[in-house]
Design a protein around this ligand. Structure first.
Ligand code: IPM
Ligand code: MN
Length: 371
């Protein structure tokens, strides 16, 4: 029995999570999996009820779950809430306290969607790359992190970019291991031309490469140049490893290559526990809470469903079921169904629930065929 914690969150989070819940029920009913789910509030919806972005009770549940499925948090409604309890604080606390340092964001351009991208078809068609983002260090968590009143009508804001050797080494290791199972190429990005953290990043990645991964092709790119190369010719990449902030930006860029931000899933993994051999895993779409379309039933559920597929693959040891979900998504797209964010000429425009239903239908067909 796999224990899943569902945290739908705010905005379109609950709408896209609803499609995953249907999929879970279907898999339970058809002996394609055995899941036990619990649900809790996070982000603004949690703040409204409890005055915090995540409760202690939910944190405790998160620590014992086999996988956490996360929707999205935030929205203009909570613009004025205190910084410490803003919706995003719930997500950041989960990442930090569960030690989810490795954020895997695959950017895959389904052939059916190559025309939805703002880039030319030949640039993105068949694209399959991974942005690997360090998720528990760097500018997001470095101290000091303050705004001080200088008393002369001026204020000073400080964020701190800080990385220790072990943090760089463990994320680079994940990058080399991922690359080995793919096209064997790792691109490491930093700004060593202006940042000390970039100098250390470069040095640690290069050393690890020489020591343990000389068989993998390693390339270094400055983070700004990498952004440019991502939109110029993204197929040159296989796995790109970056720090927390650069990874945030580069993964949004990579997402758009695939046609829409609504397509990109992600997995955030902790270290493997030596005793239990288990690792924490949180799975979330890269898109946000999209308050502008929340409640209208048009959100694309694919990134959320694909995040669930990643949970099956990386936390639950269910690679076959994960393949089935991924194939069902591709099949629904191949049938010409499109939510508004990926609409194209001649396609059938559908809403969140219809897309979810179509994926379920394809899943049933594929699972039947597999039996
Ligand atoms: C992401 C998001 C988050 C981040 C926000 C919601 C805190 O943009 O997962 O990419 O900045 O990491
Ligand atoms: Mn982001």
């Amino acid at each position: 029995m796999a224990k899943l914690l569902l945290l739908p969150g705010d905005g379109i989070g609950p709408e896209v999570m609803a499609e995953v819940k249907r999929l879970i029920a279907f898999m339970n009913e058809n002996a394609l999996g055995r899941f036990e789910t619990e649900e809790a509030l996070v982000g603004g919806s949690c703040y409204d009820l409890y005055g915090v972005a995540i409760t202690e009770d939910t944190m405790a549940k998160a620590r014992t779950a086999d996988a956490i499925l996360f929707g999205a948090v935030g929205g203009p409604k909570w613009d004025g809430v205190p910084y410490d309890v803003r919706p995003e604080a719930g997500l950041l606390r989960l990442r930090k306290e569960l030690g989810l340092f490795a954020n895997i964001r695959p950017a895959i351009c389904y052939p059916a969607l190559a025309d939805s991208s703002s880039l030319k078809r030949e640039v993105v068609d068949g694209l399959d790359i991974i942005i690997l983002r360090e998720l528990t260090g760097g500018l997001y968590f470095g101290e000091p992190k303050t705004i001080t009143d200088l008393g002369n009508g001026q204020k000073r804001a400080i964020d701190t970019q800080v990385y220790d050797t072990y943090e760089i080494e463990r994320i680079a290791r994940v990058g080399f291991e991922l690359a080995r199972k793919r096209r064997n190429k790792l691109t490491s990005t930093e700004k060593r031309n202006v940042m000390k953290s970039g100098v250390l990043w470069h040095e640690v990645v290069a050393d690890l490469h020489k020591r343990e991964y000389a068989d993998v092709k390693l390339e270094h790119q400055l983070a700004d140049a990498c952004g440019m190369q991502l939109v110029r010719w993204p197929k040159q990449f296989d796995v790109i490893v970056c720090d927390n902030l650069f990874g945030d930006m580069l993964s949004d860029v990579a997402a758009m290559l695939t046609g829409s931000l609504g397509m990109l899933p992600s997995a955030s993994l902790g270290e493997v526990d030596v005793k239990t051999k288990k690792r924490s895993g949180l799975y979330e779409p890269v898109h946000g809470s999209a308050p502008d379309i929340a409640g209208t039933g048009v959100a694309n559920p694919i990134a959320m469903v694909a995040s669930f597929a990643m949970a099956l693959r990386y936390s639950l040891g269910m690679a076959k079921a994960a393949d089935l979900v991924d194939q069902a998504i591709a099949a629904a797209l191949a049938k010409g169904l499109r939510t508004p964010d990926i609409k194209s000429e001649g396609a059938t425009l559908v809403g969140t629930a219809q897309m979810g239903e179509a994926i379920l239908g394809e899943m049933a067909r594929l699972a039947g065929a597999a039996r």
